[in-house]
Write a protein that binds this ligand. Sequence first.
Ligand code: ADP
Ligand code: MG
Length: 344
Amino acid sequence: MDSTNKRTDVNSLGEFALIDHLTHAFDNIHPSTIKGIGDDAAVLDYAPLCTVVSTDLLVEGIHFDLAYTPLKHLGYKSVVVNVSDIYAMNATPKHITVSIAISNRYSVEALEELYAGIHAACAEYQVDLIGGDTTSSPKGMTISVTAIGQAEKSQLVYRNGAKPGDLICITGDLGAAYLGLQILEREKRIWAEHPGVQPDLQEQKYIIGRQLKPEARKDVIEALRRVGVKPTSMIDISDGLASELFHICRQSNTGALLEEDGVPIHPEAQLMALQFKLDPITCALSGGEDYELLFTIAPSDAEKLKYLPEIYIAGEILEPEHGVKLQTKGGNIHELKAQGWQHF
Ligand code: ADP
Ligand code: MG
């Protein structure tokens, strides 16, 4: 190779700048492509309905560690993270494809476990497994799931529809999945140093469950439809609240004021954050993997949400010049920082 060739480290860009860098020269040529790159899922207009497509890739050692992740849970979660993106468009998932690359370290029985989890998720979210691909890998396991969903065009909710004055809503407690991961990592280290010591994780059952067996908020999407509320913008919280709120604000060209008081954190997560000497709100803002939904609604819809359990109002969308800010419990206002997951 020519030694004068430029070599840029992928870390110098970060995930989103890298995607943009690699894809900005692609123009969509089909009128049916009404949303391409940049939202939770792509939207294809096949009138009278739209098809919604999202894909995710999970790599052993990066996204999951089989030292503490049961394969059945992994199978379930790999479907959940995808259908979550379909719900985040206010669409209904209908089908999935599953592709796996596996080394010969995995037995048929192990893969049966993985697929038992996939099966359970297909039943829970009412999706058909319609295909995929199976191939070998020199090392470890990689799982790619694509979810395909459906919606009426008028029903779809994008990241770019938030308006100043809209209320910021969150569908459940945040930070627990991240703390669950911290516990599992800690127990793995203890196990490595003292094999045979059985951890007692009873008191952390909730937060470990949030990490190993998340659910997508199908129930919330159905409830919103029932009460006749269509969010103005929506995204699922896979990378942490701060990063997702930035996506909404950037794409909607707005600012926002998030209130710490309105961000739900489970008591078990509060406790565990303090044990790890972490600020609970930081875990909620930057943790990720909770797969709750972040959405905005017109203030006139607030009344209709009153009787829905588990919807927390956590601030307001502002004009863009206000930036994206956090009001702490003490009343101080800080610039919000987005620190999503860095996988590179
Ligand atoms: P999410 O967190 O909702 O899964 P991502 O952050 O993974 O979304 O992706 C953001 C957007 O970039 C999506 O529209 C996704 O389809 C697109 N994208 C991600 N990676 C690539 C890639 N390598 N090539 C083309 N598009 C990509
Ligand atoms: Mg998403």
